[in-house]
Design a protein around this ligand. Structure first.
Ligand code: NI
Length: 403
């Protein structure tokens, strides 16, 4: 069967490269992916799949029923939004929309998702169970997965797979991660209110800038002393605003930041811990404060059995030397984790690096993709999705070993 999948994927590759280039030159921002959605629906219907549009605002969902032996659904998620970045590459199919760019490779994710659907549509009756293809908007704003889940895309789903391109892994290579792949990411706002006064008479005022400086310093120091160093936390204050004149003591400071963590317990403790530090610094000096903590996306925790399925299939497709195990998680965030509240899943990294030119990071205006990766991604995922049915026993069997 792998030979058949490979042959179909090879035949489709020129078309898939066309699709990827079309998507790349017509990027749309998060939540505005209307043309992208219509294009995806068009491609799906051209290969016999019925697409449901406007799911989760601008998302698209399609299904392959399979032969009916199994009812539990395996899903594949591909995100489709672009970033507010002015593209600065030399490619022919450069973005037609100045200031909007597929700089995170979601054009490739969508293309691979379409490619897998096209390959498996040709094998539909050979599949024991149903597959669901989820084309998700607004990943960059961490909203899209929640929109899709709200519209019931996880109904009946027993397992979900996903991918993200990665420039530091060479093209035609795949990276597999067991355990945490990305971090929980939360937003933080702190308001500190003191009392204004003359810059020369600090004892008659409450200096909000000095207190805010203590808050920033104490947060950073306390993290290293009060959290288990084997459970990483990163707290970054990225903005600080306050004060009106050099000789006037500021009465208000506004701080904003991001908080990243990997361990669920740590993640739960953080809002209260931050509040207690801020309170401890402000109270002795008579400053008032408010902490607004917004929980964002959880960490992506890959299911070991599904990671093993992808690893085994990637070795079959790419050869063992092109499959690497990723030793460290990233403290970046991915809203793929939202689906994992509903079913186990695994996300892998698809290498898109070039051997002979500079590889710029994700979200960079010069970010470029080695398109050889497309057929690698399609073949590996199509093979893994086909094999899923052979390697799991029955409903909820994803926890059993597939080795
Ligand atoms: Ni991304």
């Amino acid at each position: 069967m792998l030979d058949r999948i490979r042959a179909i994927a090879d035949r489709l590759t020129p078309r898939l490269i066309e699709i990827r280039r079309h998507l790349h030159s017509h990027p749309e921002l998060s939540g505005q992916e209307y043309q992208t959605a219509a294009y995806i629906a068009g491609v799906l219907s051209s290969c016999g799949l019925k697409a449901q549009e406007l799911v989760g605002k601008t998302g698209v969902v399609a299904e392959l029923p399979g032969s009916g032996q199994r009812q539990d659904i395996l899903a594949l998620r591909a995100d489709m939004d672009a970033l507010p970045i002015l593209e600065h590459t030399d490619i022919e199919f450069v973005s037609q929309k100045p200031g909007v760019m597929h700089a995170c490779g979601h054009d490739v994710h969508t293309t691979v998702g379409l490619g897998v659907a096209m390959v498996l549509a040709e094998l539909d009756t050979a599949l024991p169970g149903p597959l669901r293809f989820i084309f998700q908007p607004a990943e960059e704003t961490a909203q899209g997965a929640r929109w899709m889940v709200k519209d019931d895309v996880m109904e009946g789903v027993e397992a979900i797979l996903g991918l993200h391109v990665y420039p530091s892994i060479p093209g035609k290579n795949i990276g597999i991660r067991y355990g945490a792949l990305t971090a929980a990411a939360d937003d933080l706002e702190i308001y500190i209110v003191g009392e204004s006064g003359h810059g020369a008479r600090p004892h008659e005022a409450i200096d909000a800038i000095w207190i805010a400086s203590q808050v920033v310093t104490t947060l950073q120091q306390a993290i290293s002393r009060t959290h288990n160093p084997l459970r990483p936390v990163v707290l970054t204050i990225g903005q600080i605003q306050g004060g009106r004149a050099p000789n006037v003591i500021a009465d208000q400071v506004h701080l904003t930041g991001t908080v990243r963590s990997l361990h669920p317990e740590t993640h739960q403790e953080l809002p209260q811990w931050i509040e207690s530090i801020v309170a401890g610094v402000c109270q002795p000096f008579g400053a008032k404060y408010e902490v607004r903590y917004r929980t964002g996306v959880p960490a992506v925790m890959n299911d070991p059995t599904l990671s093993k399925l992808i690893e085994v299939c990637a070795r079959d497709v790419c050869g063992p030397e092109r499959v690497q195990l990723i030793s460290e998680p990233s403290l970046g965030a991915e809203d793929f984790s939202v689906y994992l509240n509903h079913a186990p899943g695994s996300m892998f990294r698809l290498g898109i690096g070039f051997a002979d030119e500079a590889n710029y990071p994700l979200h960079h205006p010069r970010f470029k993709v080695n398109e050889d990766a497309i057929s690698t991604g399609v073949t590996t995922l199509a093979w893994a999705m086909y094999r899923y049915w052979q390697t799991t026993q029955a409903k909820s069997a994803v926890s059993s070993s597939i080795i």
